[in-house]
Design a binder for this molecule. Structure first.
Ligand SMILES: *[C@@H]1O[C@H](CO)[C@@H](O)[C@H](O)[C@H]1NC(C)=O
Ligand SMILES: *[C@@H]1O[C@H](CO)[C@@H](O)[C@H](O)[C@H]1NC(C)=O
Ligand SMILES: *[C@@H]1O[C@H](CO)[C@@H](O)[C@H](O)[C@H]1NC(C)=O
Ligand SMILES: *[C@@H]1O[C@H](CO)[C@@H](O)[C@H](O)[C@H]1NC(C)=O
Ligand SMILES: *[C@@H]1O[C@H](CO)[C@@H](O)[C@H](O)[C@H]1NC(C)=O
Ligand SMILES: *[C@@H]1O[C@H](CO)[C@@H](O)[C@H](O)[C@H]1NC(C)=O
Ligand SMILES: *[C@@H]1O[C@H](CO)[C@@H](O)[C@H](O)[C@H]1NC(C)=O
Ligand SMILES: *[C@@H]1O[C@H](CO)[C@@H](O)[C@H](O)[C@H]1NC(C)=O
Ligand SMILES: *[C@@H]1O[C@H](CO)[C@@H](O)[C@H](O)[C@H]1NC(C)=O
Ligand SMILES: *[C@@H]1O[C@H](CO)[C@@H](O)[C@H](O)[C@H]1NC(C)=O
Ligand SMILES: *[C@@H]1O[C@H](CO)[C@@H](O)[C@H](O)[C@H]1NC(C)=O
Ligand SMILES: *[C@@H]1O[C@H](CO)[C@@H](O)[C@H](O)[C@H]1NC(C)=O
Length: 465
């Protein structure tokens, strides 16, 4: 099935207007287009008088044909002057790529990043069959990624981020068997990823964050055996994570954050990823149990981030006495449930932790004594919105700077922790007088929230100085 929806995402360019070109209420097929930039080769500041560049006009017509739109949604696009076409903005401040570029048949490296280039990708680039590196990042290139991109069979690096490229990744992308790096942060790549993406057997880094990619991830993604980084955050990917993800034996970073339509189970095969260092799964509407098996072989993991938008549906099921094989630096789990609501003892093995966020997990326990000194690197900690009980200790690790224990059931008096700069103890059951010497004892403090507790007495005068 052809994906016709060319998502209109918000571009960084202020002048951009998005609108519906055509909508047939009887059909689910519709074309939503963003304004397309084309160039004017005149110095005329009247847009209607600006003449469009012939090659760009052809490229736009080719795009129109590629759509195979049975309803001729783009029938407006007629006439010589493409600057007058619906949805096209001609811009005389930017420079188009010259057509003659296609004559440089021995070119290996074309780097025109941040070069104020605009308009559709010139077809002539498709003739540069020896091209190995194509970098057109940070320009104003508009329009879809053309099918001919697949003819650049020697391409190793394709950098097109920060342009106005929209529409699907063409199936032909799978022909780029030498491709190692594909960078397309661009805000508007839409439609599901083509199955052919699994053909890119040399691909090492795939950066497609901040687009409008929809649909489920193709199973073929598991064939990218050389993949090291997979960045798909901020898209509209739906459905489950394919089990084949466990075949990406060289994967170091996996980022699926902010794809709120991803749901279903997180396959245990993810635990096979031996090289994985960063795992971001704080994205989705997961409805699953995360078990120790999800971490079976991930000994190199140092960042783990997990949350679910489907409330209370994600259950972290690891045993009280689990000793994980990884040593995390950053741990971020929020809005989930722990199967075992006792304090997670496995944290004690994490002696390299620097940032620890465990919020809204329903932990219902007394904080154990070891917790305040278990990692000599811990700087930021939040255990907010749990049901923690007990007192806070008189002293904590000297590295701790930012502590939030907001909304728990902690009791006792206000602790004086000299090196802490930000402290939130709001919504607990702390009591007793406020210490007079806090300004002296906690001289580095810049933020203190003690609201909704049972402290007594007045706010000491020297607190206000
Ligand atoms: C086009 O260029 C002219 C002068 O060369 C300038 O005055 C005008 O503002 C430009 N218009 C646009 C839309 O860039
Ligand atoms: C590019 O090649 C075409 C013929 O293939 C020729 O007509 C044209 O002059 C060439 N352009 C340049 C800039 O060499
Ligand atoms: C674009 O690249 C050309 C050739 O390297 C250079 O002369 C020109 O200054 C660049 N333009 C911009 C806006 O960077
Ligand atoms: C390559 O150049 C020829 C003319 O020399 C042209 O007909 C053809 O369409 C070009 N192919 C691509 C992929 O640009
Ligand atoms: C991808 O690989 C399959 C199987 O090897 C092949 O049939 C298909 O033509 C390839 N697709 C592309 C776009 O290269
Ligand atoms: C990888 O591709 C082969 C065919 O080339 C296919 O048989 C296999 O199932 C694919 N593996 C995955 C994980 O998609
Ligand atoms: C995932 O979401 C889709 C669309 O909302 C729904 O049809 C499907 O049943 C969900 N899958 C699971 C496993 O919840
Ligand atoms: C994962 O770990 C298990 C047991 O620790 C081991 O048997 C297995 O071979 C490992 N798998 C990989 C892919 O390293
Ligand atoms: C939780 O994990 C334990 C041990 O791995 C397993 O026996 C149990 O079935 C799991 N519970 C659920 C509900 O998945
Ligand atoms: C406090 O935490 C509980 C969960 O322990 C949560 O339900 C409640 O909304 C939180 N209250 C505030 C004010 O955040
Ligand atoms: C505060 O931090 C310094 C180093 O930055 C350290 O020498 C000192 O012992 C710490 N104080 C306490 C009470 O932890
Ligand atoms: C530190 O604490 C403040 C106040 O609680 C919070 O707003 C801020 O985001 C925290 N900074 C870091 C780096 O965690």
């Amino acid at each position: 099935m052809t994906c016709h929806k060319l998502a209109a995402a918000s571009f960084q360019l202020l002048s951009l207007v998005s609108f519906l070109l055509f909508l047939n209420p009887d059909s689910s097929i519709f074309l939503e287009a963003t304004t397309i930039f084309a160039n004017s080769n005149t110095a005329d500041d009247e847009r209607s008088n600006a003449a469009c560049i012939e090659e760009e006009r052809k490229a736009l017509l080719e795009f129109k044909r590629d759509l195979q739109d049975p309803l001729l949604a783009l029938h407006y696009w007629v006439g010589k002057d493409c600057c007058n076409w619906h949805g096209i903005v001609c811009n005389n401040q930017t420079v188009p790529l010259p057509t003659s570029i296609g004559n440089l048949s021995n070119l290996h490296n074309l780097d025109l990043s941040s070069n104020s280039t605009s308009g559709p990708l010139p077809t002539s680039i498709g003739n540069l069959s020896n091209l190995q590196n194509l970098d057109l990042s940070s320009n104003s290139i508009s329009g879809p990624l053309p099918t001919w991109i697949g003819s650049l069979s020697n391409l190793q690096n394709l950098y097109l981020s920060f342009n106005s490229i929209f529409g699907p990744l063409p199936t032909s992308i799978g022909s780029l068997s030498n491709l190692q790096n594909l960078y397309l942060f661009s805000y508007s790549i839409s439609c599901p990823l083509p199955t052919s993406i699994g053909n890119l057997s040399n691909l090492q880094n795939l950066y497609l964050s901040s687009n409008s990619i929809s649909g489920p991830l193709p199973t073929s993604i598991g064939n990218l055996s050389n993949l090291q980084s997979l960045y798909l955050s901020w898209n509209s990917i739906s459905g489950p994570l394919p089990t084949s993800i466990g075949s990406l034996s060289n994967l170091q970073s996996l980022d699926l954050s902010s794809n709120s339509k991803m749901n279903g189970t997180i396959p245990e095969s993810i635990g096979q990823l031996r090289e994985l260092e960063h795992k971001y799964l704080d994205c989705c509407s997961w409805e699953v149990f995360i078990s120790e098996n999800h971490f079976q072989n991930t000994s190199r993991l140092h960042t783990f981030s997990l949350s679910s938008e489907a409330s209370n549906s994600l259950v972290f099921n690891v045993s009280h006495v689990w000793i994980p094989i990884f040593n995390l630096k950053i741990l971020y789990i929020t809005d989930s449930k722990l199967m075992d609501t006792a304090f997670p003892m496995w944290l004690r093995s994490q002696k390299f932790l620097n940032i620890l966020i465990l919020q809204r997990l329903g932990i219902s326990d007394i904080i154990p004594d070891w917790f305040w000194r278990f990692s000599p690197f811990l700087q930021y900690m939040s255990l907010s919105h749990n049901q923690l009980r007990g007192n806070l200790p008189k002293s904590v690790s000297s590295t701790l700077q930012n502590v939030s224990m907001k909304n728990n059931s902690l009791v006792g008096s206000l602790p004086l922790w000299p090196n802490v700069t930000q402290l939130s103890l709001a919504s607990n059951r702390f009591s007793g007088p406020l210490p007079l010497n806090i300004g002296h004892e906690m001289s580095k403090l810049v933020f203190l929230d003690l609201s909704r507790n049972y402290f007594s007495g007045n706010i000491p005068r020297d607190w206000t100085g």
